[in-house]
Write a protein that binds this ligand. Sequence first.
Ligand SMILES: Nc1nc2c(ncn2[C@@H]2O[C@H](COP(=O)(O)OP(=O)(O)OP(=O)(O)O)[C@@H](O)[C@H]2O)c(=O)[nH]1
Length: 217
Amino acid sequence: MGDINLVVVGSESVGKSALTVRFLTRRYIGEYQSDTDIVYRHQTMIDGEQTNIEILDVSTGKGGDSLLTDKQIRWADGFVIVYSICDRGSFNRLRDLIRDIRDIRASENNHHHGHRDQYNHYSMVIIGNKSDLEHRRTVSTEEGKALAATLECPFAEVSAADSYHDVAKPVQGLLRTVHDTKVMLKKRRNSQKFVNVAKALTGMFGGRKTTRKRRSL
Ligand SMILES: Nc1nc2c(ncn2[C@@H]2O[C@H](COP(=O)(O)OP(=O)(O)OP(=O)(O)O)[C@@H](O)[C@H]2O)c(=O)[nH]1
């Protein structure tokens, strides 16, 4: 169903790189130095199809937020939105981040697709990382869940440090959603094509039929 592009975003040091590397290699790398955006390429089977995945790990700007460019926002099929359960600020900043994503995608819609907003689809998952640091928690599980509920997207608390499966589950869930959406949209587009062809044919033949009927009356 084509390639899938994911972006991993969130504030400074919430564990974006640790999560990305954990998902891709099953390993935990505690100190991962990167000052630039990195795109990782990966292949995985979804629905029996070999799918190319590109994951953009966005580096954090001086303000402490990962700064997404409009181009990156448009490029993505899915967003892994990360905060740390022991960094209140990283959680509070998510609303603005998500609003930016929505604004850009909405303006993209109006620009290129007019009213056909179903063709500009993207999915999100919210991840509260560092669940192993329970003693330093400042964001409750309920708050994370509530934010995800208002955005109607899935939520998970994970520990990139402790578990590959913690991390893999929500990311695979996101890939699956993106994949299923692409399949659904493709079907819809094809059936729209079919409707258009059918309309054209009705115009050609159906039109004549009516005329003939009228004549015979
Ligand atoms: N205890 C714990 N520490 C973690 C976890 N994930 C990441 N860290 C630590 O948090 C720090 C930041 O991790 P990174 O993966 O570099 O975070 P980042 O969001 O990519 O950071 P920037 O790109 O610099 O903003 C490192 O010291 C990691 O070892 C986790 O699940 N548990």
